[in-house]
Design a protein around this ligand. Structure first.
Ligand SMILES: NC(=O)C[C@H](N)C(=O)O
Length: 591
């Protein structure tokens, strides 16, 4: 039997399952094999291609030095050159795999594939190039909104997003995107370079490769900035150097990841939205905002002029830890008149408290870029009154400022269980204790999720463990709870920011698990949180729906429908599930 005829015969072999309690049996063709089958016109022998998990990344190329070439007036972006050039570089495109799996026929010429990663994943990436490509100094809030809307439009088709961008205003764009992208569950990584990727010595290749590998392999639900082997939270960054490859700093937050011999993710630092709402983009931004930096001798006339309409909000950059002159009543009176936000605050000095008394909102340790874009985002919220907007400004929305430590937290070192293991293994240093914690707690949490034991999950959380982490098989407590249909546990984990996009080693998400085990209520809950089938699962659904229809498995069909599958999607032979049913009674029940 050829690979093709074996694959085609599977649907009929799998048609028999239809009970309410047993899992839905589905045929899972690897994306590359499905591509090969879909482009076949006649039966032919297909050489086996080893199946690895494919992850899809959308690269939005907005411009910047990374894709610039020299022109008489200096460097400027070169249109329609980027993909062509990457295609020629073997570490950016595996031509052999692409040919064998008919990548271009399926996804188009703008899609390339990286060589197999160390973690045995294939990153298939599509480049969406903007026209015109921009030097980032020319970017406006409209460009930020366009990026946001494109991500929203393509959100369900990709596992992660990379935004290629100039470095000059990259920290502003990353900050703005972090606020505009509400309830984000997938990585968005902004990157670029100091030297064009076309030059012999450049930083663009490393930056792009690192960003692609992280966006394709790790579910970091944040807008990040990747530069010079470090992944930062985007709204914590600022450009600090125009000459060095190490152009960005994150002054008040350690990197989320470092890419050295291996890629190490600092999961404890990753920000997770504690919401169970679906991803959406709020592209509206208020442009009547400003950034005013205090300097010795600033006049009240300058401040007054700055605060004139149409100005609706101002970020005040102060001295040191949030100080301003306390001997300048004229200046304080001007500020009192306005509603401002200042960059950082410490009630340590009298010169610091005067601004609080003048009614300004403390900005904690936000960067000016983050404070300004946050203000612009918050002021654009039409349905909020001024007080609500002020409150929102003081809240930590996307990890843009350091949270106050809410009392001493029980840590792993206090756990008798871990202590006993540490003693047994003669371990005492913090790093080793944390390594034990990280190795053991995902499995313990999965076990608790299986039995619906929220108390144990809570205890593990109290001990400092991250309930969103996966075990040795890539399975998270959410996967397990979804399989078991433990609705309460699923709700609890989603509330802690567990990712509905986490994939286990077989490429399964909590949603595909809930569908397989027919956990209808969990499917509904996961969908409410934004979970969706991947493009490949949707493409494959037609055949699976036909299988279910052939044995009148209404429960299975209903679960697929709830999970977002289109009942009109044709199967491998062009027939839809509705045609397969053939009986009016059955048809009317699931129409
Ligand atoms: N390195 C760079 O990308 C600088 C360039 N002027 C830009 O911001 O687009």
């Amino acid at each position: 039997m050829t690979m093709l005829s074996r694959a085609l015969s599977q649907p009929t072999l799998e048609l028999t399952e239809s009970s309410d309690v047993s899992p839905t049996r589905t045929i899972s063709l690897h994306p590359c094999r499905r591509r090969m089958l879909s482009s076949c016109t006649s039966i032919e022998i297909i050489e086996p291609v080893t199946s690895y998990i494919e992850e899809r990344v959308l690269v939005i190329n907005t411009g910047g030095t990374i894709g610039m070439t020299p022109h008489p007036d200096g460097l400027s972006p070169e249109p329609n050159a980027f993909v062509k050039n990457l295609r020629k570089l073997p570490f950016f495109h595996d031509e052999k795999y692409a040919k064998e799996t008919r990548l271009s026929e399926y996804y188009g010429d703008e899609t390339l594939v990286l060589p197999l990663s160390k973690d045995k994943k294939r990153i298939v990436y599509t480049i969406l190039e903007y026209n015109p490509l921009l030097d980032s100094s020319n970017m406006t809030t409209e460009d930020w909104a366009k990026i946001g809307k494109d991500i929203e439009k393509n959100y369900e088709s990709y596992d992660g997003f990379v935004v290629l961008h100039g470095t000059d205003t990259m920290a502003y764009t990353a900050s703005a995107l972090s606020f505009m992208c509400e309830h984000l569950g997938k990585p968005i990584i902004v990157t670029g370079s100091q030297v064009p990727i076309y030059e012999m010595r450049n930083d663009g290749r490393d930056n792009l490769l690192g960003a692609l590998l992280i966006a394709g392999q790790f579910v970091i639900p944040e807008v990040c900035l990747y530069f010079y082997n470090k992944l930062y939270r985007g709204n914590r960054t600022t450009k600090v150097d125009t000459e060095s490859f190490n152009a960005f700093a994150s002054p008040n937050l350690t990197p989320l990841a470092t890419a050295e011999v291996g890629i190490t993710i600092n999961w404890d630092t990753v920000w997770r939205a504690n919401t169970t709402a679906k991803f959406q983009v709020s592209p509206e931004l208020n442009r009547n905002v400003g950034l005013l930096r205090l300097f010795p001798g600033i006049t009240t006339a300058t401040i007054r002029a700055f605060l004139q309409p149409p100005m609706e909000g101002v970020v005040l950059e102060t001295y040191g830890s949030g100080n301003a002159p306390d001997n300048r009543d004229d200046l304080l009176a001007e500020l009192k008149e306005a509603t401002c936000l200042r960059g950082t605050v410490s009630p340590f000095y009298h010169t610091g408290t005067v601004l609080l008394k003048a009614g300004l909102i403390p900005g904690s340790d936000m960067t000016p870029e983050a404070a300004l874009s946050k203000l612009s985002y918050v002021l654009a919220k039409k349905d909020l009154c001024l007080d609500a907007k002020k409150k929102m400004m003081a809240q930590n929305l996307r990890g843009e400022m350091s949270a106050e430590l809410a009392g001493a937290k029980l840590c792993m070192r206090d756990s008798r269980f871990i202590q006993a293991i540490a003693k047994f293994l003669s371990i005492s240093c913090k790093e080793e204790l944390e390594a034990i914690r990280d190795a053991l707690t995902p499995s313990l949490a999965c076990a608790a999720a299986k039995t619906g034991d929220i108390e144990t999950l809570e205890a593990l959380k109290e001990m400092g463990s991250n309930l969103c982490l996966c075990d040795y098989d890539g399975r998270t407590p959410l996967h397990v709870a979804a399989c078991e249909g433990n609705h309460k546990v699923v709700e609890y984990l989603l509330g802690l920011g567990a990712s509905v996009y986490a994939k286990d080693r077989y490429g399964d998400t909590p949603l595909s698990n809930a569908v397989r085990f027919r956990k209808k209520e969990v499917v509904k809950l996961l969908r409410k949180t934004g979970a969706h089938f991947s493009k490949d699962e949707l493409d494959e659904a037609g055949t699976e729906l036909c299988c279910l229809a052939a044995c009148s498995d209404l429960v299975g069909l209903e679960i697929f429908r709830l999970a977002g599958a289109d009942l009109n999607k044709p199967g491998y032979d062009g027939r839809t599930a509705i045609r397969v049913v053939g009986s009016r009674d059955t048809y009317s029940t699931f129409k």
